[in-house]
Design a protein around this ligand. Structure first.
Ligand SMILES: [Zn+2]
Ligand SMILES: [Zn+2]
Ligand SMILES: [Zn+2]
Ligand SMILES: [Zn+2]
Length: 419
């Protein structure tokens, strides 16, 4: 079964992920005993024959139903469309380990593994704390050798399902607005619309929250009055599962105004951009002017001190310039490597922990570009979030385990490691 969803613009399936053979793992980079013993760094050398990369771009959702879970969407910003809508992550795993606020949804990618039955559907979900100080602390913690406790402000989860499963039809969705999931999902937080709402407001018995923090926030911005009105209207409410995936036209209402702007992600092979496009070629119509993104990138150049960083940055810029609005680079194949914007602050092979479920190695799967923040509409305060790239490594075997959402490994490269 090569593809589940016929429209190649709408998903990340059919990727080059069928031949993750072990042979390639033996390949060791030549070690330089003095400087670069930490890094698996042939990437300076083999840029020419690198693996084919799929680029992701943001677009506004075409239809109200484009983002529903039964369509296996690729999303950025807003709220996630949980693949397993019942066994959604909960407890401490939904929190920033540093400030203990619930994490915010960044993006999700539908990336099934076509020759693996248990991963017929497979979605990766990325979350982060919007606080830059938490991100700095997160990275500081990452540099520690064998930390006693792993402190993260950014988390990635992998969820996969076989073709026959309790949540979705085994037939491909029609993408015409009529697709429905098989069952209901767990009720989600009224405030963030992201995490399971397993705490119910004792006043109205209707509003649900993932955490006391979100309940307090909602109360402060208006639930206090709304709660009394609801109490009058709603005599009872069933505390069972809700139709967060069933309504076809209605979006789930989310009270929080601080979620990132929502988009769907569409993809294109990077090779499509290899030839220079003529001036009037309208193929990938940019949402913002190329110049705007470009200027932003150039201004960063001034901040780099070392030549290694500058060289790496120039290389990065040249590669990205082919399609400057890319927000994502995807390549899950053995030997695939991220495109590092700067030389310093890369993760070495030995620093990527093995899969917690099967103990096997993890491999690079995708990276998120700083352009995404531009589309999310970064605020201007001093604390505002910034990164050079976010790199996600997932279990090479995409293993099964008892938990529906398996946490994978995410590395963030910052423009400056010194702050
Ligand atoms: Zn935080
Ligand atoms: Zn919440
Ligand atoms: Zn209430
Ligand atoms: Zn595993």
């Amino acid at each position: 079964m090569s593809s589940f969803n016929g429209d190649s613009m709408d998903d990340f399936k059919g990727l080059r992920i069928t031949q993750l053979d072990d042979d390639d793992n033996e390949e060791e980079a030549p070690m330089d005993p003095i400087h670069v013993d930490e890094f698996d760094d042939d990437d300076e050398e083999d840029d020419e024959d690198c693996e084919p990369v799929i680029l992701g771009f943001v677009e506004s959702p075409r239809f109200a139903w484009s983002k529903l879970r039964q369509l296996f969407p690729n999303l950025a910003g807003g709220v996630p469309a949980w693949l397993d809508p019942v066994n959604v992550p909960s407890g401490k795993s939904i929190l920033c380990d540093i400030c203990e606020e619930p994490l915010q949804f960044v993006l999700q990618l539908y990336a099934p593994i076509t020759d693996k039955e248990s991963a017929f559907h497979r979605t990766l979900f990325l979350f982060m704390c919007p606080s830059m100080s938490c991100l700095l602390r997160d990275q500081h913690e990452q540099w520690k050798r064998a930390p006693e406790k792993v402190m993260r402000s950014m988390k990635v989860f992998r969820c996969q399902l076989p073709r026959v499963n309790p949540f979705y039809s085994s037939e491909a969705p029609k993408h015409d607005g009529t697709d429905k999931p098989l069952g209901l999902g767990a009720p989600l937080c009224t405030w963030c619309g992201t995490w399971k709402g397993d705490k119910v407001c004792s006043g109205c018995k209707n509003a649900r929250y993932c955490s006391p923090k979100h309940q307090a926030l909602h109360w402060r911005v208006g639930h206090k009055t709304e709660c009394q009105q609801l109490r009058a209207v709603l005599e009872t409410s069933d505390s069972g599962l809700v139709d967060n995936g069933v309504s076809l036209t209605q979006q789930q209402k989310v009270a929080s105004k601080s979620l990132w702007k929502e988009f769907v992600l569409v993809n294109e092979d990077e090779s499509e951009y290899d030839t220079e496009m003529s001036e009037d070629d309208e193929v990938a119509k940019p949402l913002v002017s190329v110049r705007e993104v470009d200027d932003q990138m150039k201004s960063l150049m001034k901040d780099f001190e070392g030549d290694a960083d500058k060289n790496s940055w120039v290389n990065f810029q040249q590669r990205v310039a082919k399609a400057p609005e890319q927000v994502l680079r995807y390549c899950r194949s053995s030997g695939a490597k991220p495109l590092w914007p700067i030389a310093s602050g890369r993760v070495s092979k030995s620093e990527i922990p093995n899969c917690k479920s099967c103990g096997g190695p993890r491999c690079f799967e995708f990276q998120v570009m700083p352009q995404l923040l531009f589309f999310f509409g970064g605020n201007n305060d001093r604390e505002s979030l910034d990164w050079a790239t976010i790199v996600v490594y997932t279990c090479e075997n995409s293993c099964e385990s008892s938990s529906s959402y398996k946490e994978e490994f995410v590395w963030v490269q910052l423009y400056s490691q010194t702050t």
